[in-house]
Write a new protein. Structure first.
Length: 501
């Protein structure tokens, strides 16, 4: 019995969750952690002739731990099992026995098998973004000059929540600052539970209660330091706000969708109100809204679906029989703009809408951020509750890009590359650069080396997880981290910096 317990605990360490306490409840684990714990259960069971399906098991894993996980998956295969993995991580792709590449694009531009076979044959695949990146035809390049930290710093003093060892950390403003470290080293504790929660408390913004720390200060480029406090004139320093851009949904009903989130729907409704049919019938912009009475379907209140209360069972959602899911009254749909009704437009992808509304500058400007963050495949009226966590996070970034006010904001993101292909990461980095160019600051918790190598500044935590972590191992430019002794991040970063893309 003792041998079985030891072996199963060893599996937990091997898949990169050795920092978890044994009494930790499953509901408090992240999706990636829960999946890896379930994987150790499969290993311990010793099953054979079993099909295992893993959806992005590398989520939340440092490059060091990813290689350990690959070894575990290969052990499952070698035990006469079949393992199917949905992944974007390059190390996983290169270790696969058989690749199935879907595409060539996303949304309506995808859905085809671009290539299937061994890795060696991928080089000859046509229209494969995966092949382009794996074979070196495309890459994510590093800027020749990194942005200098000349706007000032946010300094956290005496951070000691969870496993943090009473550390001080300086976060530069106006730059892309990436916080790295092995899984469980204290990154989220420092960034989300200390910095973000502490700033919300000091600026009197709604937010979570921070874990223990001594102070949060603003350090000017000249070295002057003062405590951040909303009670003092200029007490927030140069930041106008602090926002955690997480992967929570932007809304939980069909009324929340991409086109309303980036404020493009107002201009689209005005375009329809300007049509000859709308003017003849005296339709205003409000008639083309599914949120207010006037033009929306009265049966479903503009939702396109009707909810049937099943009493003690889960409610059932059915397409509205009155409007057929089109959301609007029939006479409203008779008003056409360039041959399309308002329902037709809401069913367009962002890519199609940008082409359709050529010449309508305000609409194009509102939709451009969606393309910039790689969401051009989403339908304009796609309900927010159908978006993945990664899509919701990028949609929030698009909202900041589309904002008309240019108040400098500190944006905090936790692993924004989750679920992203290398081609999508390229879009994400372009989005980061656009946000920085208008005065925002970015602090990103990340394991992806393509993002890490593009950082202006890195704070590396560790050296290990849990009690063996919680310290600042190194901080500085990527080139400096690559040479830092004892930094697991630096070890892998040095490899990718040899080829700067």
């Amino acid at each position: 019995m003792l041998d079985r317990i030891t072996r199963r605990l060893g599996y937990l360490v091997a898949v990169g969750v050795g920092y978890l306490t044994v009494n930790r409840t499953i509901r408090t684990l992240s999706g990636g952690e829960a999946q890896r714990v379930a994987l150790t259960k499969a290993l311990g069971a010793g099953l054979v002739n079993t099909l295992y399906v893993l959806d992005e098991p590398s989520i939340g894993l440092h490059e060091r731990d990813t290689h350990r996980l690959i070894a575990i998956v290969q052990a499952l295969r070698d035990s006469r099992n079949t393992v199917i993995v949905v992944e974007h991580d390059e190390s996983f792709l290169r270790s696969a026995d058989h690749l199935v590449d879907m595409g060539p694009g996303a949304g309506d531009a995808g859905g085809l098998i671009v290539y299937q076979g061994p890795l060696d044959g991928l080089n000859h695949a046509a229209n494969s973004a995966t092949a382009d990146f794996l074979m070196g035809r495309r890459s994510i390049s590093v800027a020749e000059q990194r942005r200098p930290p000349d706007t000032g710093w946010i300094r956290v003093r005496g951070a000691r929540g969870n496993n943090l060892k009473n550390i001080d950390a300086d976060f530069p403003l106006g730059l892309l600052c990436v916080v790295t470290g092995v899984s469980g080293s204290g990154k989220s504790t420092l960034v989300e539970q200390t910095l973000y929660a502490g700033l919300c408390q000091r600026l009197k913004h709604p937010g979570p209660k921070p874990v223990p720390f001594d102070d949060i200060t603003f350090v000017s480029p000249r070295g002057d330091e003062k405590t951040i406090s909303a009670d003092q004139p200029g007490g927030s320093g140069p930041i106008g706000g602090c926002v955690l851009v997480d992967q929570s949904p932007i809304g939980r009903t069909s009324r929340s969708n991409p086109v309303t989130y980036v404020k493009a729907f107002d201009e689209i409704r005005r375009a329809f109100a300007d049509t000859s049919e709308a003017r003849m019938r005296n339709y205003g912009p409000g008639h083309f809204s599914f949120n207010v009475e006037g033009g929306r379907c009265t049966a479903c209140q503009g939702q396109g679906v009707q909810i049937i209360d099943m009493q003690f069972l889960a409610d059932i959602s059915i397409t509205c029989p009155e409007c057929g899911g089109r959301r609007f009254r029939k006479e409203i749909l008779d008003a056409k703009y360039r041959g399309k009704s308002i329902a037709d437009v809401l069913d367009m992808s962002v890519r199609e809408a940008i082409e359709f509304f050529r010449g309508r500058t305000k609409i194009l400007e509102a939709l451009a951020p969606l393309k910039a963050v790689g969401l051009e495949y989403l339908r304009l009226g796609q309900p927010a509750d159908t978006l993945s966590g990664g899509e919701a996070q990028r949609l929030k970034l698009a909202g900041h890009l589309a904002a008309t006010t240019r108040q400098a904001t500190l944006l905090i993101l936790d692993e924004p590359t989750t679920g992203l292909h290398a081609a999508d990461i390229l879009h994400l980095l372009d989005c980061f650069n656009a946000l920085l160019s208008v005065g925002h600051s970015l602090i990103v918790v990340e394991h992806n080396l393509d993002v890490i190598k593009c950082a202006d500044w890195i704070i590396d935590l560790g050296p290990e997880a849990a009690g063996d972590g919680g310290r600042v191992v190194a901080c500085g430019k990527p080139e400096e981290i690559a040479e830092a002794k004892g930094s697991h991040t630096g070890f892998y970063l040095k490899r990718v910096l040899k080829n700067r893309g």
